[in-house]
Design a protein around this ligand. Structure first.
Ligand SMILES: [Zn+2]
Length: 126
């Protein structure tokens, strides 16, 4: 059996991993989720240096090449220590992060997710 994978570009924050992984498995329809983490991932992908962003891009390519992932989810969350901004600013950062990932022109769908104060996962329309 061949497993289906998606890829999450998420914060290091442990509170986000289970909600995000479960949401992607249930809503994207995959068996497993590869996790690529950085403190404040939505800050890095929207405001980070070329070097920081390129490291994430190369890690995402490993997930796509090794596991044939067809979806990348970019995640921001409430109460982020590494991106301590308002929920509204998170939405903006997530949208800009989605644009960054789309600019890599990888053969994947890119979605933006926000994890709120109750650790519920929301899709950010773009
Ligand atoms: Zn965080």
């Amino acid at each position: 059996m061949k497993y289906r994978y998606a890829t999450a570009l998420n914060c290091i924050d442990g509170r986000t991993q289970i909600p995000v992984t479960e949401w992607i498995i249930n809503h994207v329809g995959v068996d497993f989720v590869d996790l690529i983490t950085e403190p404040g991932m939505d800050r890095v992908l929207s405001h980070g240096s070329w070097h920081e962003i390129d490291k994430i891009r190369r890690n995402a390519i490993v997930s796509i090449d090794a596991h044939n992932s067809h979806v990348i989810a970019v995640v921001g969350h409430y109460d982020c220590a590494a991106n301590p901004v308002s929920d509204f600013q998170h939405l903006d950062d997530i949208n800009n992060s989605v644009q960054t990932v789309k600019s890599w022109c990888l053969p994947v769908e890119v979605i933006g997710l926000f994890v709120d104060a109750q650790w519920r996962v929301h899709v950010i329309p773009n």
